[in-house]
Design a protein around this ligand. Structure first.
Ligand SMILES: Cc1cc2nc3c(=O)[nH]c(=O)nc-3n(C[C@H](O)[C@H](O)[C@H](O)COP(=O)(O)OP(=O)(O)OC[C@H]3O[C@@H](n4cnc5c(N)ncnc54)[C@H](O)[C@@H]3O)c2cc1C
Length: 431
């Protein structure tokens, strides 16, 4: 029997299916949800379309750009995000744009920047030390420490630093001073252009690869028998396979397998991640959203980040209207407030910040995502290797953000699906 099955119809799973087909190999994609797209998907409430978290594309290579652009075309946005900090609006990154802050606070930040701890890179053991060495104590403690607790749900000392890469800007003294004396126009963001489909929401980047794929929706995998080579679904059906590709989260798939050694079970259970709420808001006025997205450092305001679907594309809101979505994250295993409590608090806080007036709000919605970001704690690489090695022994090809347990952007999850489809071993046995 030659039957390749793919678990999960997010971008990684769909990319695997598309690129296998290009090689003449058919596959079936099983998805638990009512729709395909995974985190690239969207939902609509009373004519307002919301993505599942912010989502803009900055795929660097031509092939991926072409595949994402499909036939709908892309808007191009220059990323000028901004920051909200105790009533001040500060351009992003804050360390390069201290201008709006009071003089006393700027003096503390610059003083500590000049006298920041000096450590050899090899001596830096965690993200807290990294932040103190990059920015000085005052800035580190008031900005990224607070943001780390909001975005990652953990303390900075719990994180390692390899994930940081290009994500954080590291200015020199001249840049800090220039940004403190006067407003800067320069875009310091790590991507210079962010693209977004003109129509259909972010999910449209998947149209090309989803077209023609054999996707079976509402098939939630609950058990995988690697001896019989059969996947069981919670709707009572099952499917035999010769080759199994999975984009399911590592901690979940391990629970579905038989006879897993306790060390592997423990490693999977110890992988940490964030989950989170999307608070989606629609307004009867066109001019509510002022920024494509902004970060909030204040810890008494739940969202870490707020973005505007209607600024990404006007196609996301009815004519004459605008929209926002706030993202609120928690580390897995933490106490999570009820949806109603979170919705009410977020709306109150955004009104207090002066973002909108209650009478302009016509749509409000809250949803929970079980998996958002991988937490790069000190044990991630050790635990991840144990789990991935075990899946490899079981002849399961694990792909995607949660299957590789990597900080993948969409173009990387897309590439991961393509790479697996190009693996010689898979092609030889599946044709
Ligand atoms: C807050 C946030 C913001 C982001 N912003 C951006 C951005 O701006 N730009 C960018 O490029 N990337 C962004 N990303 C990253 C991007 O979302 C991911 O890289 C990409 O969507 C991962 O795709 P995937 O296919 O690997 O995983 P997923 O999209 O999670 O797909 C996995 C699929 O498996 C399904 N599944 C899970 N369990 C089961 C089961 N038991 N049975 C059957 N099916 C199952 C799920 O329903 C899902 O459809 C962001 C991510 C987050 C969390």
């Amino acid at each position: 029997m030659n039957k390749t099955i793919i678990l999960g119809a997010g971008i990684a799973g769909l990319s695997a299916a598309y690129h296998l087909k290009e090689k003449g190999i058919s596959s079936i994609v099983y998805e638990q949800g009512k729709d395909w797209g995974g985190l690239c998907g969207n939902f609509t409430v009373d004519g307002f379309r919301f993505d599942r978290f912010v989502h803009l594309s900055f795929a660097p290579d031509e092939y991926t750009q072409k595949m994402f652009a499909g036939t709908h075309g892309m808007h191009e946005h220059i990323p000028y995000p901004t920051n909200y900090y105790h009533g001040y609006w500060i351009k992003h990154p804050a360390q390069n744009n201290l201008h709006p802050l009071p003089t006393e606070e700027k003096i503390k930040i610059i003083n500590d920047f000049v006298h920041r701890p000096q450590m050899e890179v090899s001596q830096i053991k965690n993200y807290e030390q990294w932040l103190r060495c990059q920015y000085g104590n005052y800035f580190a403690e008031h900005f990224p420490f607070a943001y780390t607790r909001k975005y990652w749900g953990v303390e900075p000392h719990e994180l390692e630093t390899k994930w940081v890469g290009i994500r954080m800007s590291s200015p020199d003294l001249s840049e800090v001073l220039r940004g403190a004396f006067e407003a800067q126009d320069k875009c310091f963001y790590y991507a210079k252009v962010m693209k977004y489909p003109k129509s259909g929401g972010f999910k449209s980047i998947l149209n090309t690869i989803a077209q023609g794929a054999d996707i079976r929706l509402e098939h939630q995998v609950c058990r995988i028998d690697t001896h019989e080579k059969r996947v069981y679904f919670s709707n009572g059906t099952s499917s035999e396979y010769s080759h199994l590709i999975s984009s399911l989260p590592l901690p979940e798939i391990i629970k579905m397998l038989p006879d897993v050694p306790s060390a592997v079970k423990q490693a999977a259970a110890d992988l940490r991640y964030t989950c989170g709420y999307e608070v989606s808001l629609g307004f009867k006025r066109p001019d509510i959203a002022k920024h494509l997205w902004f970060y909030i450092y204040d810890e008494d305001i739940p969202p870490a980040r707020v973005y505007s679907p209607s600024l990404k594309s006007a196609d996301n809101a009815p004519a004459g209207c605008s929209s926002l979505q706030a993202e609120i994250f928690f580390a897995n295993g933490s106490n999570i407030p009820s949806p109603q409590q979170m919705l009410d608090t977020t709306i109150d806080k955004l009104i207090n910040m002066g973002i909108f007036k209650a009478e302009d709000l016509i749509v409000k919605d809250i949803r929970f995502e079980n998996f958002a970001n991988i937490i790069f704690d000190q044990n991630i690489y050790h635990n991840r290797k144990i789990v991935l090695d075990y899946l490899h022994q079981q002849h399961i090809y694990s792909i995607g953000r949660f299957g590789k347990w990597e900080y993948f952007w969409t173009f990387q999850a897309f590439a991961d699906g393509k790479n697996i489809a190009e693996q010689q071993e898979l092609i030889e046995h599946a044709t």
